[in-house]
Design a binder for this molecule. Structure first.
Ligand code: ZN
Length: 481
């Protein structure tokens, strides 16, 4: 079952063209360092991606990069966000976009988020966006005004329902919104830009039939999802903050350009709050992922590893809000350690002939949890039942036979590592250091055998500086710190 924001119910997941699944998720706008708010959608849809693949679906996962520089308040007004940063740092806007997309990829890799199948950039799809604007103009649902093109929301709403995803009613939107100055160009306040004529100071601009300018933000997702997933695809995801107006407007654009609704299942992850408060620019309470990993932020009691952040996010069902606090992250750190160290214990358990364990029903409960709208906290609770069994067998209080022991190991491999995407960072680091040391010591050994004492001394001195001591024993060199 998958919860569909559009129907507001859980629906049986039936792809349009099985075993293929098309999934589009709104990706980052690249003008700032990735923060905790970026981690949640990335990890949520990574979980969906991993699980659907595990079930045997062939998933084409598309996540865009918004690099065309949109306006600050998303209301077709204000300064271009990327250009503002570029002006402040005296860089070419594309340098900003490149720098922050590289940072984004680097941090997502640390969080063990798999790369989507396609990561298209809005700036690489200007031609397609211009074509979609033409299609919408031809259909009569957009109008040109002074070199800009706007989507005619009022006309759309006469034929379809603008607001069906978020449950809004257009009349209420119009009465509740005061017209702001500088927006007289639009026929109605609710209309949104498909193409915006660039002001002289605007740096990121492209030629179009209407003006030198840039595409509206909503348009890139309609265009790129159509290009890579077709007119009709399975899952469209994103954060709940994108529901309105972004996704609502995407629905309207795609409906007109394609002649039918594009998306079968709309999926939205909820927000992360910080000590009960919404994260936001005005509150200035963003904590970047870099700050989490290094601990360099006054709000943080310590550094938190990428896997702690990942586990913390997965401990909540994606549709619930998740509140950050040091206590919550410390609890996540402890829980993760417990889960991973029990896997080590599991490797040492000895099977018995008799069996009292309930591993088979545990496997079913794990699948039931994931099949119920990707309920990762219930899955984790079931895995902790596995931890209980492991410790109990280890303490001699319970017995487990060889078949169940193997099943339990398989359960960890599938659910902990493959689907939840958790990994033992310490063990990974240990094995990395171990591997490097073996290589270094074998080079030193060879140097000694070749009487190249300059090299072997250099290695010994370098290791000494790192406080690593090497002892030569009859079985070869042994190192310690
Ligand atoms: Zn989008």
């Amino acid at each position: 079952m998958i919860y569909n924001t559009l129907s507001r119910t859980k629906e049986t997941f039936e792809p349009i063209n099985p075993p293929f699944v098309g999934m589009y998720v709104c990706g980052p706008t690249v003008y700032g360092d990735p923060h905790l708010g970026h981690a949640r959608p990335a990890i949520t849809f990574d979980l969906v991606f991993r699980y659907l693949k595990h079930l045997g679906f062939r998933v084409r996962y598309v996540r865009n990069i918004t690099d065309v520089g949109h306006l600050e308040n998303d209301q077709d007004e204000g300064e271009d966000k990327i250009a503002k940063k570029a002006r402040l740092e005296q860089l070419e806007p594309m340098e900003i976009a490149q720098y922050y997309s590289d940072r984004y990829f680097q941090f997502m890799e640390a969080l063990n988020v798999e790369r989507p199948s396609i990561e298209p950039r809005a700036s690489g799809h200007i031609i397609e966006q211009i074509q979609m604007i033409r299609d919408i103009l031809d259909a009569g649902f957009a109008y040109e005004m002074n070199g800009s093109v706007y989507f005619d929301v009022v006309k759309y709403n006469e034929n379809f329902h603008y607001g069906k995803l978020s449950g809004r009613v257009l009349d209420d939107l119009i009465t509740n919104t005061r017209t702001l100055e500088g927006q007289d160009e639009k026929r109605n306040f609710v209309d949104f830009a498909l193409w915006k004529k660039a002001q002289p100071e605007h740096i990121m601009r492209w030629p179009s039939p209407w003006s030198d300018g840039f595409p509206g933000w909503h348009l890139e997702c309609s265009t790129m999802s159509k290009k890579y997933l077709g007119d009709h695809f399975d899952i469209h995801g994103g954060g709940l903050d994108l529901l309105f107006p972004h996704h609502e407007s995407e629905i309207a654009q795609s409906r007109i350009a394609n002649g039918s609704d594009a998306v079968k299942y709309w999926v939205h992850n909820n927000m992360i709050t910080i000590n009960g408060q919404k994260m936001g620019k005005s509150l200035n309470n963003f904590i970047t992922l870099d700050e989490f990993f290094t601990g360099k932020n006054p709000a943080l009691a310590q550094a938190y590893s990428p896997m702690t952040i990942r586990f913390f996010i997965l401990q909540a069902q994606y549709r619930s809000t998740l509140d950050f606090s040091n206590e919550a992250l410390q609890a996540a750190e402890k829980g993760l350690k417990k889960l991973l160290s029990s896997y080590e214990t599991l490797g040492k358990l000895v099977p018995s002939v008799t069996n009292h364990s309930v591993v088979q029903s545990l496997e079913k409960s794990c699948y039931d949890a994931m099949n119920d709208d990707f309920n990762s906290p219930i899955l984790i609770a079931n895995l902790f039942e596995g931890v209980r069994i492991i410790n109990s067998v280890n303490d001699g209080k319970e017995m487990i036979n060889a078949a169940d022991l193997e099943l339990l190991k398989a359960l960890y491999k599938t659910f902990v590592f493959e689907i939840l995407g958790l990994k033992d960072e310490k063990q990974e680091q240990d094995s990395l250091v171990g591997g490097l040391m073996t290589t270094i010591l074998s080079i030193r050994q060879r140097a000694k055998e070749n009487k190249d004492f300059a090299t072997s001394d250099e290695i010994r001195n370098a290791l000494q500086e790192l406080k690593i001591t090497v002892k030569d024993t009859k079985d070869g060199p042994v190192w310690s710190t």
